[in-house]
Every structure is written in C-alpha cells, then in structure tokens.
Design a protein around this ligand. Structure first.
Ligand SMILES: C[S@@+](CC[C@H](N)C(=O)[O-])C[C@H]1O[C@@H](n2cnc3c(N)ncnc32)[C@H](O)[C@@H]1O
Length: 389
C-alpha cells in the first residue's frame, strides 16, 4: 500500500467548462397530432413527420448516452457520510452529511477498471478506454458516463467519427486516479471529490494494492455541510504556480479557499508553503551528512510548526517516520519511540489505522532498537530530541 493522492492524468489544453453528463431526462416537445397547425398536409403525412422527428430525437439522445441506452443517475453506496450535489463553479462535489472525525474512513472503493501503465492493446488512448468500457456491465458504464469531463472539443458532434473515443478519453482524463504500480483507475464515487490546495483539503485517498481498493480518510475533523476536498498534486507552492499547474495539467481554475484568499493573506500563505518546501529539501540533506541528527530533527519540527500555522497537515506521518529514522540512526532510542508514536498517529489519520504504514510503527514503538539496526546505525550517537522537546 502506498499513498496515491494525485490524480493520475495530466491534461493539456485550454480550460473549458465542466461538461457534466446528466441522466437523460430530455423529452421531445409534445405536439398533438390531432390538431395540426397551419397546414393543409394530410393527417397521415403529419403523423409520419411527427414519428420521424421523435425517432430522430430518440436516436440523437441515445447517441449522446452510453452505448447501451440512457444514462442512469449515479447510485451512491447507501452508508456514505456525504452526498453529491452541485457546487457553484465546480460542477458537482461532495458535502459531509454529518460530522466526520479526523482519521475516519470516509470511503473504500474498488475501481470500475484500471489501465495498467503498460497497455498491450493497440490503438489510440481513447480506443483503449473504450475497450476497457466494453468489459463493464451497463450499470458500470452508466457510472462512467455520468462523470464530468473537461477539454472536450466543442466542434465534435455525436456523428463525428472520433466522438465516442474522444468523449471516453476526456472522462477518463478528468477523473482517473493513480493506483501506484498497478496503473490508473476510475473510481466513480471518489471522483466526485473536488480539489483543494494546502489548508483547504481535508480528505486523502490512498491505493491499497493488496486489497485492490482505494480508501479515503478524513485528514481533519469535517463538519456537517462542509465540502470534502482532496488534493490532486503537491500544493506546497505559491498560488500563481498552483494556478498555472492546474490550468495546464487539469484544465480548471481552482476556486478553493486558499486560492481565494485576499492578496495579503495569500502572500503569507505562499511564503509558508515555499518555506516548507525548502525545509523538506534541507531535511533530505541529512542523508548526505550535511546535517547532524539534531539539526535534521529541528528542521522536522520547523516544518511541523509551519504546517500548524498554514493548516497544512498532510504528509505528517511520513515526516515523523523520517524523524524516527534519523533518531534511530543516531541511537536516540527514546526519541525514536516518540517520533514513531507520532508517525503512527498521523499515518492513521491520513492512510488509516489499519494501513501498512501505521502498522509498521508497531514494532518500532515496541522495540526502537529494531529501527536502529535497519538504519545500519552508522551515525554518531547523538541526542536528537523528541517531537515535543
Ligand atoms: C474529478 S472531477 C471532480 C468532480 C467534478 N466537480 C464533477 O462535477 O464530477 C475534477 C473536475 O472538477 C472540477 N474541480 C475540481 N476541483 C475544483 C476546484 N477547486 N475549483 C474549481 N473546479 C474544480 C474541475 O472541473 C475538474 O476538472
């Protein structure tokens, strides 16, 4: 299992409005054949014309829908703690139906399908998506065709030869989620989570290869009525750079609370995020011997404090686990245990208490020496300090 918080596909091209495919509720205009207006055509001709119009409309709307017929509304699992609703400026989104506790599992979802990184099927990317769709049930295909999409060329009509391939690809690209080495998958319920930057996202998804499922956990306490937001990429960068990235690779302009901050507040947030990214780089230099153990752990503490200020709580499990590693390499077993306890707590929030990451801390907590031996214990013994030191 490993974290896969990122949407898998990158989109190039200009930003276009979200085009949601709704269940087909369109009905042709009614016309009463018994009372034709303004014409002298015989009734049978009128009826034939009317039937032809109805037939054309039927064929037109059918061709807009999944290959099997009409779209069905997306049926969500019954026990979800959120509902999917329209959100101004974002298409659809997921709203908490009750208070959700930090660390609570919000959702576990198996993919409709996964495209492996190395696809053996010949053909265009759109044709590959269509061939994956062909093996799904009509209900599953409905779930796919109900998803939103961006970057669909406006000039294409259902009669265009490439319409179906292009549509399938646009939906795939807008919604696909990376499943680590297993490839890239479509998870129709998780796909309704919109993106938030930095402090704005409150939910994290991670792929569990051994279970063949994606799990979503609450990174923060979420109040009833709040939108559930995840993050599509590493947002520890300034607003301009985030906007540019989202426009270029994902085709939308972010409307999250951090991107919507007034300029002064936004600049403060930008400097914190830049500083965090810089400190992460600095922390990594411990590997090359550029920092003592205490210096490295002090940097980890600084990242933590900035995260508190910013409201950026993601990646804390990994940060604490890395600090435990440093402490173990310097033979500070007390610090090793307390950093491992912190890592377990935050892996638990972000990836689930039953995740392999959280569970891997059990042994370190019980026996910090075990980690010391794994690190090779190559560094000079040093008191690096616990998280609260
Ligand atoms: C995976 S879908 C999320 C669900 C989608 N809103 C829907 O209607 O099904 C990704 C799309 O949602 C929209 N979106 C997601 N996060 C957004 C945000 N922070 N601001 C504006 N639009 C967002 C974008 O159109 C993006 O291409």
């Amino acid at each position: 299992m490993s974290t896969a918080r990122r949407r898998a596909t990158k989109q190039a091209g200009k930003n276009e409005a979200v085009g949601r495919r709704e269940p087909d509720t369109a009905t042709p205009h009614r016309s009463d054949p018994a009372t034709p207006k303004g014409g002298s055509a015989p009734r049978s001709v009128f009826l034939a014309g009317f039937a032809a119009v109805v037939l054309c409309l039927y064929v037109y709307y059918s061709s807009l829908s999944s290959p099997d017929g009409k779209w069905q509304p997306q049926a969500l699992p019954l026990d979800l703690p959120f509902t999917v609703v329209d959100i101004p400026g974002k298409g659809k989104g997921s709203i908490a139906a009750r208070d959700i506790k930090q660390g609570e599992r919000i959702l576990r979802e198996e993919p409709l399908f996964i495209l492996p990184s190395q696809v053996r099927v010949q053909g265009s990317p759109g044709a590959i998506v269509l061939s994956a769709l062909a093996s799904l049930s009509p209900h599953q295909r409905d779930a796919f065709y109900n998803l939103s999409y961006v970057n669909f060329p406006r000039h294409l009509t259902p009669n265009s030869p490439s319409y179906h391939e292009t549509m399938a690809l646009a939906i795939f690209e807008t919604n696909a989620i990376g499943a680590d080495d297993d490839g890239t998958g479509i998870f129709p319920t998780t796909a309704r989570l919109n993106h938030g930057c930095s402090a704005a996202f409150n939910a994290v998804y991670s792929w569990r290869s051994s279970e063949g499922a994606l799990v979503v956990h609450a990174l923060k306490n979420i109040k009833e009525g709040e939108e559930l937001l995840t993050t599509y990429f590493d947002t520890k960068r300034p607003r301009d750079s985030r906007r540019e990235h989202l426009r270029t690779h994902y085709g939308f302009t972010c409307q999250c609370s951090v991107c919507s901050l007034p300029d002064g507040e936004s600049q403060k947030s930008d400097s914190r995020l830049l500083k965090m990214a810089e400190l992460y780089e600095r922390f990594r230099t411990w590997r090359d011997g550029a920092l003592t153990g205490k210096q490295a752990v002090d940097v980890a503490r600084e990242i933590w404090a900035l995260g508190d200020e910013e409201g950026y709580w993601s990646e804390r499990g990994q940060l604490a686990a890395d600090a435990a590693w440093v402490a173990a390499a310097h033979a500070d077993l007390r610090a090793t245990r307390s950093w491992a306890q912190l890592a377990q707590k935050w892996f638990g929030f972000e990836l689930g208490a039953d995740s392999t990451h959280a569970r891997s801390m059990d042994e370190v907590i019980a026996n910090p020496d075990s980690l010391r031996y794994r690190t090779g214990a190559t560094r000079a013994p040093e008191n690096v300090g616990s998280p609260d030191a």
